[in-house]
Design a protein around this ligand. Structure first.
Ligand code: KIV
Ligand code: NA
Length: 276
């Protein structure tokens, strides 16, 4: 059944872990719902794992809406979160709201996700007061990889850790319904999670987050060449896909495919008339 933000608060209170997985299309979202995922994330990671870009910076509103619509169709009964892409919530607050409303209305999502604190805090507040549930995203924020100097673990020093704890509290205060924590030391995750009422959802952030999120293509090894240290390979579909395609190539070359059972035929009298 479609859970709500208050269900997730309750899950945190009761110590029940929240599961989130990315999906960017109909079949994946359908698989996720079938498997009992609590939240489907149409992440801007779509740019990297589906569109082949080298960062999430190139992802557009149209990309997110295109994939969001497809994912919605596949998981109609799962809480759907759509990432706001790079640059779409850093102009005026009004422009940020316009973009978030567009995503919500065109994808029928339950929430949007934005990266960072600081200048993004007023955005979280603005969207939340407009009725849009917002998930914050702290630690390694891929849209800022250029400024961070790459995809590195964050919050490793006292100073950085203290800032992250404060940022997380500010996100909660601004109205965020959850906070994604990406690539931070597990001890910091424990501290942040204990400091908040809203659930934390970790990726590369250890076991003490209130929930976990992974990128679908990474966890089933579907076309990804570099998989980060924090990902467990829960399946390896890439291998069976290549095996299947190679078999197809072979069978076409040696004429074992298509077989008679894959072919259509004509009635005998029609054949007679055709060939005499
Ligand atoms: O885009 C994405 O997949 C994400 C998750 C890694 C949290 O933001
Ligand atoms: Na993202």
């Amino acid at each position: 059944m479609l859970k709500t933000t208050s269900d997730f608060l309750g899950m945190k209170r009761n110590g029940e872990k929240i599961t989130m997985l990315t999906a960017y299309d109909y079949p994946t979202a359908k698989f996720a719902e079938e498997a009992g995922i609590d939240m489907v994330l149409v992440g801007d990671s779509v740019g990297m794992v589906v569109l082949g870009y080298d960062s999430t910076v190139l992802v557009t509103m149209d990309d997110m809406i295109h994939h969001g619509k497809a994912a919605r169709k596949g998981s109609p009964n799962t809480f759907l979160v759509v990432d706001m892409p790079f640059g779409t919530y850093h102009g005026s607050l009004d422009q940020s709201l316009t973009n978030a409303v567009k995503i919500m209305q065109q994808t029928n999502a339950q929430a949007v996700k934005v990266e960072g604190a600081d200048d993004v805090l007023p955005v979280i507040q603005k969207l939340t007061s407009a009725g849009i549930p917002v998930i914050a995203h702290l630690g390694l924020t891929p849209q800022s990889a250029g400024v961070l100097g790459g995809y590195k673990v964050q919050g490793k020093t006292v100073e950085a850790a203290e800032k992250l704890i404060e940022d997380a509290k500010k996100c909660e205060l601004a109205g965020a319904c959850s906070v994604v924590l990406e690539c931070i030391p597990f001890q910091l995750t424990e501290k942040v999670s204990a400091s908040l009422t809203i659930p934390t959802i970790g990726i590369g952030a250890g076991v003490s987050a209130d929930g976990q999120v992974l990128v679908f293509h990474d966890m089933v090894k579907y076309g990804t060449h570099h998989v980060p240290k924090f990902v467990h390979e829960f399946a390896n579909v890439g291998v069976s896909i290549v095996e299947g395609i190679s078999q197809y190539v072979q069978d076409v070359k040696n004429e074992t495919f298509p077989a008679e059972k894959h072919s259509f035929t004509m009635k005998e009298d029609q054949l007679q008339q055709l060939y005499g």
